[in-house]
Design a protein around this ligand. Structure first.
Ligand code: ZN
Length: 496
């Protein structure tokens, strides 16, 4: 390690400590914290975020990072750490400290206001908070923007470096052109047998089966835990403490199953990040790449018949009465059923990208255009009708369903579809090098995990998305693989 980089170590350690503490609070807020804790806890969160702010925003760190940026004896991981810390510092430096604190407290409270509004199906009660969040986001983006850059592009870059509305407009346009006719043709076909999914599935049994599934895909319980929350998510303190949550609906078999495979995919990524990078700001490339790994496990692996061959008997043993008449073939068709629905997180693989497209178009207008918060529910419903042919019955099934905007995460949604597209592309490459289906059939996922760890996970944020994909496959992100995958899969499933 270079002498100069050694000077950065204590700063990295303090930075990691603040981030781990903040992560732990956000984990706790979603899982165990009592209902009325949030108001006071948000002050603690505010104080901690100020500590991490003043750690980075000072002249000593600035000059150290400037020297390190010019150093030529850094390793690849050290270079990545310096690059990302510099960007974080530059971004945060432009925001006045009072505004930074006020915003962090606001966003901690806004998500509980959103949760209540959703529960009561009352969009108006969320309007004032959402307006404040948007005005902060726009203000912060304007501090950080480069000349000629739109505010929404600044926000998109927080989640996926180099992605612009220009790229996304084409990306979504291509998806729209190919998927809408496919969805319409499926709408005219007889639907899959799916009644088994909504029988009664006791929570405890679901939890036990999901634990088994997490282990089956390679989630390491000596370095991870699984808890319950309103919405499943993954949180990571470092590569030896990765946490996933799940939510068990007793009238749905599949919801928790695919959530645990999805979050398990996120967690396996975090667990495989190199020891040189964990506890530094350079742990992951982007939300899109992270999502590519969760979706790889959930969709590319978890929705294949071969994945279920070795474990379907265990599923039937767990629910002997509910699944008495369900064959592997029925189950395989059921888990791949496609039909328009209101809730993004419950949507099937084929209609999913259109759910994100609705949000992408609204966000763009909220940040760069003239769409007002008051108009949101109506415009949401119009778009929904246009893409799916159905209108949400209420705000909870429409504009209020996601927590992202309450958290200030504008520009985040596109990552989900970028991730799906990457997952399809990576799968097509992996199949040329590994007998994926055979491995799934034998229940041995280790070579698959090792392949992903070798080409993606270990690098953390060392290589930006397109470089990572290029180094692996000789090609950057290409949406055609995703379109081809969906078209072939669903044409076969529905005998089109
Ligand atoms: Zn995810």
């Amino acid at each position: 390690m270079s002498e100069l980089f050694k000077q950065l170590r204590p700063i990295l350690e303090r930075n990691a400590a603040y981030h781990a503490a903040l992560s732990l609070f956000s984990w706790d807020n979603e899982t165990l914290a009592p209902e009325n804790a949030i108001e006071l806890t948000s002050h603690i969160i505010g104080t901690l975020s100020m500590e991490s702010y003043s750690l980075l925003v000072n002249d000593n760190v600035k000059s150290l990072l400037e020297q390190l940026s010019k150093a030529d004896d850094l390793t690849e991981s050290e270079t990545a750490i310096v690059r990302i810390l510099t960007k974080q510092q530059e971004d945060i430096w432009k925001i006045p400290p009072e505004e930074y604190r006020e915003y962090n407290e606001l966003s901690a409270i806004a998500s509980s206001i959103w949760a209540k509004a959703k529960e009561e199906n009352n969009f108006l009660s969320f309007v004032p908070s959402l307006k404040k969040i948007i005005s902060f986001q726009k203000k912060f983006a304007s501090y950080r923007k480069k000349e000629g850059q739109s505010l929404y592009n600044v926000l998109l870059n927080d989640y996926e470096e180099g992605i612009t509305t220009q790229f996304l407009d084409q990306f979504f346009d291509k998806l729209h052109t190919h998927l809408v006719p496919l969805i319409q043709r499926i709408g005219q076909k007889p639907q899959m047998e799916h009644a088994y999914n909504s029988f009664h599935y006791p929570k405890e049994k679901q939890e036990t089966f999901c634990r088994f599934l997490a282990e089956h895909i390679g989630f390491d319980f000596s370095r991870g835990v699984m808890a319950q929350s309103a919405h499943p998510f993954t949180d990571s303190l470092h590569n030896h403490d990765v946490r996933i949550t799940n939510h068990y609906y007793e009238d749905s078999l599949e919801s928790a199953i695919f959530s645990v495979i999805h979050e398990g995919g996120h967690a396996i990524y975090e667990m495989n990040i190199s020891d040189d990078l964990t506890l530094t700001p350079a742990t992951m490339v982007s939300m899109g790449v992270h999502e590519s790994q969760s979706r790889f496990f959930e969709n590319m692996l978890g929705r294949q018949i071969e994945f279920w061959k070795p474990i379907f008997p265990h599923l039937k043993e767990t629910y002997p009465e509910q699944l008495v008449n369900v064959t592997l073939d029925t189950f395989y068709h059921g888990i791949n059923l496609s039909q328009p629905s209101f809730i993004r997180t419950e949507a099937d693989e084929l209609t999913y990208p259109l759910h994100v497209m609705v949000r992408y178009e609204l966000e763009k207008q909220l940040i760069d255009g003239n769409l007002s918060v008051e108009e949101l529910p109506e415009v949401w419903n119009q778009k929904f009708k246009e893409y799916f042919g159905i209108i949400p019955p209420d705000a909870a099934n429409g504009v209020l369903q996601d927590v992202h905007w309450a958290n200030g995460a504008f520009g985040y949604f596109p990552s989900y579809v970028l991730g799906s597209a990457m997952a399809a592309q990576i799968y097509s490459y992996m199949e040329k090098h590994l007998p994926v289906k055979e491995l799934l059939e034998t229940g041995d996922l280790k070579p698959i995990r090792e392949f992903l760890a070798k080409h993606i996970h270990q690098y953390g944020a060392m290589r930006p998305m397109n470089r990572l994909l290029n180094d692996m496959m000789g090609e950057g992100l290409n949406v055609d693989y995703y379109i081809q995958y969906l078209t072939e899969k669903y044409s076969k499933l529905y005998s089109l």
